[in-house]
Design a protein around this ligand. Structure first.
Ligand code: CDP
Length: 193
């Protein structure tokens, strides 16, 4: 049976960095599920049709990491039919040997509720805004407003809202260096193997 690591958390909390590091350390496949929603939003047109016809090429589009693409993603991510169209792809990805790391908003709660390890990565609003502003070369105050708006939408939606699974280990990266956060995540996975 493949080993599954589910990583969820709000925008810019550090979950992508941790997911990439865990996949490299343990030799597991990695899927940034946010890209599925970003690519669906970026296709334009009917979001349900866009999700149903999503292909690998769509995930490499330039501009998918922008703040605008993030906002568009969180709008279409609230549509249950969009989420349903993306489930199979995520399940097939998670079934790969020897294991997979998936990061997103609903991996531990909806997509892979049987994951052997669930991490819920958080950080203070200020730290998250500063990190994302540095990544995108944007203004931290503007990023703060955008992240909070997106978190609110993601948490308040009826379909697969952002929340920690009951059995998730919460990892607060606010005061941790990247190396410290990765070391703690590796230790958490190691204990569960
Ligand atoms: O990197 P960041 O945390 O800012 O965002 P992302 O993971 O790329 O996700 C972009 C948006 O897609 C989120 O704000 C969610 O609305 C949506 N999303 C989701 O609903 N479910 C997932 N599993 C992943 C992302």
């Amino acid at each position: 049976m493949p080993f599954i690591i589910a990583i969820d958390g709000p925008a810019a909390s550090g979950k992508g960095t941790i997911a990439r590091a865990l996949s490299a350390h343990f030799g597991f496949h990695h899927l940034d599920t946010g890209l599925l929603y970003r690519a669906t939003g970026a296709k334009g047109g009917d979001p349900v049709l866009a999700a149903q016809s999503l292909c690998a090429d769509d995930l490499t589009g330039s501009g998918l990491r922008s703040a605008e693409a993030g906002q568009a993603a969180s709008r279409i991510a609230a549509i249950p039919e969009v989420r349903a169209a993306l489930v199979d792809f995520q399940h097939r990805f998670a079934a790969q040997e020897p294991g997979a790391v998936l990061d997103g908003r609903d991996i531990g709660t909806v997509i892979c509720p049987h994951a052997q390890v669930k991490l819920y990565v958080v950080a203070s609003d200020r730290v998250r805004a500063e990190r994302r502003a540095a990544e995108l070369g944007a203004d931290p105050a503007e990023m703060l407003v955008q992240l909070q708006e997106r978190d609110r939408r993601d948490s308040e939606r009826a379909a697969a809202p952002l929340r920690p699974a009951d059995d998730a280990v919460v990892l607060d990266t606010s005061t941790l260096s990247v190396d410290q956060a990765i070391a703690l995540a590796i230790e958490t996975v190691r204990k569960a193997r």
